[in-house]
Design a protein around this ligand. Sequence first.
Ligand SMILES: [Zn+2]
Ligand SMILES: [Zn+2]
Length: 638
Amino acid sequence: MDIEEMLLDLKKRIESKLPNDTTISTVEFEGPQLVVYTEEPRKFADNGNIIRNLAKDLRTRIVVRPDPKVLVPPEESMNKIGNIVPEEAAISNYHFDPDVGEVIIEAEKPGLVIGKQGDTLREITKKIGWTPKVVRAPPIKSRTVKNIREFMRNNHKERKDILKAVGRKIHRESTSKDQWVRVTSLGGCKEVGRSCFILSTPESRIMIDCGVNVGSEENMTPYLYVPEAYPLSQLDAVVLTHAHLDHSGFIPLLYKYGYQGPIYCTLPTRDLSALLQLDYIDVAGKEGRIIPYESSQVREALKHTITLDFEEVTDIAPDIKLTFHNSGHILGSAVAHFHIGDGLHNVVFTGDYKYGSTRLFDPAVNKFPRVESVITESTYGSSNAIQPSLKDAEKHLQQVIINTLNKDGIVLIPAFAVGRSQEVMIVLEDAIRKGLIDNVPIYLDGMIWEATAIHATYPEYLNNELRKSIFQKGQNPFLSDSFKPVDSNELRQKIIDEPHPCVILATAGMMNAGPVLEYFKAFASNENNTLVFVGYQADGTLGRRIQKGWKEIPMSTSSNGGTHVINLNMNVEIVDGFSGHSDRKQLMDYVKKMKPRPERVYTEHGEEKSCIDLASSIYKKNKIETRALTNLETVRLV
Ligand SMILES: [Zn+2]
Ligand SMILES: [Zn+2]
């Protein structure tokens, strides 16, 4: 059956299940969804169960959209929505999109626009015909979120064509009779950086992550030219576990080399990746390094991004279903579960994960309907990589800050813009509020504030406690007065020229680039200051060298391209325990307590020793097949 026949058949089947007086104009695949167009959206809105039952019967995701003929004009619609939605919802903006019959409503309290089990939304549809979508008005204004939302709206026509093409590809008829499943590693094995895998079956090929190795100039890119990945145009989908550059950094490059398919990720991952990718090429340009792709390719990637919620089962190829689960690592980070064939095989790619509670997130999910194979990260996989508890880490950090401030010193913390920064910010806010440390300014430099704004935009991805404090108690720790975003070169220069007791959080987290280097150059020679590492430092980075004890640091002079040596006299402290990665015990527990019990586990995303050590320990403890993967190898799962 070709796709047109299939759609016609689906239309007939849907019509046969609808009440007699309900008609539909047309049905179309758009991305993983089946879209039903009707002149009577009100009838569907009246009966919330119609769609749920249809989706169950047809085993696919269905959305109903109004035929453009039945839409009430925007001005009139806004009045009507205003009459239905309680004022406390504080609607701040409307965006009407005639292409899809959607109105995006920006509100401070989206829950009040949605109503109990979506009652208010259905009421809105009944009155105006448009399908309402609700988004939270960001409490801290994020340039990134605003620009991306605008960009997506302006490109809706093109996006619709993309989604249509993707939808038709997903729902093509399976042709192969063979049954096998393989995983090929293109990067990120026995190393941290350039994570990239290909999951293949006779029918489909899916890429999981496509990252950059920030610590290395030679082995920067995944092996994208091998036959398994080639040609890129033949890949069915790219699945992105989270926004960190070692997973997302080279995704825009794929569009430069002919890939035209979709990227699946969560909504925060979409926004954070774009932010980090744009910064990555910006920094590379400023430092005179090779710029691997242009900002136009970041935009191309955005256009092709299909966002999924946690726990939402989605067809991404004729024989592959994808489900994201919370991984507790950074905002929007996901464990990716793939169901292959009709119950043929289930494989989990953990991405980076934290199997433990943090100030920001719930622990990673390790309960699945089924799972046979697991590909797990191993950052702290070696047997001696036990991390202190978060409580101890917080105490340690407080003590380091107190000691430094007592000497009128400056605390410099290199941090990833996304993840550790927000965790440390919450710890500092808490300590200042409780009077445990002096109320000194906490400067945030290099995208940390922008990344924080994105966190504040998607509180539903934070843990329960933080959500409660933001929504019910009206206490948003990110809005504390102590935080001072460094939003200009002048302010940065002022902090450097007029040193005063303060805490500076600055990117990049491994000191390989970014404003942290400016502060380091200025403050390294003073023994009253302290450099505090709160995150993982990969081999080859300046952060790692300092941890190893280097005291004379060659630095490039930004003005003339020469180098000079910085004498490091400031204290260097490593505060372990803040990591967004599982420590050794959590990695072991994640597998041990996984339900159901997997048949085999492969390790990756760690130094060689960590990957091998973790694989052998999991084998010894659980008596399941394990192996540390090597780059460029292919393993057969079925
Ligand atoms: Zn990560
Ligand atoms: Zn990573």
